[in-house]
Design a protein around this ligand. Structure first.
Ligand code: MN3
Length: 202
């Protein structure tokens, strides 16, 4: 099958001032598009052509580095755009906030731990909140890997992921990754994250 770039659910400038419009346009329209195009090119005419994105991601270590990087890039970004939203942020409610408090002590302690995972990920990668054996954990992955992959050091179901590649923040924040990580909490769509959480603990 051939993969396509998903539409953003909000205008590119909707996450201002936390994420600027130009970053969104390039990140979605150029970077994500390139992962989609390169993935389609890499699987064309191969046995992988008929597989779902999830199958490709879960078996990334058994395929090629090109498929691993680009299937990961497509999955991660599709996931990322949906957990961001304008007029979002704040704190989650319900079962998710209970699970966060019980796993990390408090919502602030959780944010700090996820920010540390993002800040200390050397080079390019992602910071994740995952469900592993029914419990919440924080982890990070290099490049476009994710915790669903067979090659992930810590495996689990992602419910929140933050892109810490420079392309996600450099135009506005330059080298100040911690500042970007501080701002992104204002645009986290907790309803979406809670939905992922509830599905993963069914
Ligand atoms: Mn990115």
């Amino acid at each position: 099958m051939s993969f396509t770039l998903p539409h953003l659910l909000y205008p590119a400038n909707a996450l201002e001032p936390y994420i600027d419009a130009q970053t969104m346009q390039i990140h979605h329209g150029k970077h994500h598009q390139a992962y989609v195009d390169n993935l389609n090119k890499a699987i064309a005419g191969t046995e992988h052509e008929k597989k779902s994105l999830e199958e490709l991601v879960k078996n990334a270590g058994k395929i090629t580095a090109v498929v691993r990087n680009n299937a990961g890039g497509h999955w991660n970004h599709s996931f990322f755009w949906e957990i961001l939203a304008p007029n979002a942020g704040g704190t989650p409610s319900g079962k998710l906030v209970d699970a966060i408090n019980s796993a990390f002590g408090s919502f602030d302690a959780f944010k700090e731990k996820l920010n540390t995972a993002g800040t200390t990920r050397f080079g390019s990668g992602w910071a994740w909140l995952i469900v592993k054996d029914g419990k919440l954990e924080i982890t990070s992955t290099p490049n476009q890997d994710n915790p669903l992959m067979d090659v992930a050091e810590v495996k689990g179901t992602p419910i929140l992921g933050i892109d810490v590649w420079e392309h996600a923040y450099y135009l506005k924040y330059q080298n100040r990754r911690p500042e970007y990580l501080g701002a992104i909490w204002n645009v986290i769509n907790w309803n979406k994250v809670a939905g992922h959480y509830e599905k993963s603990v069914l």
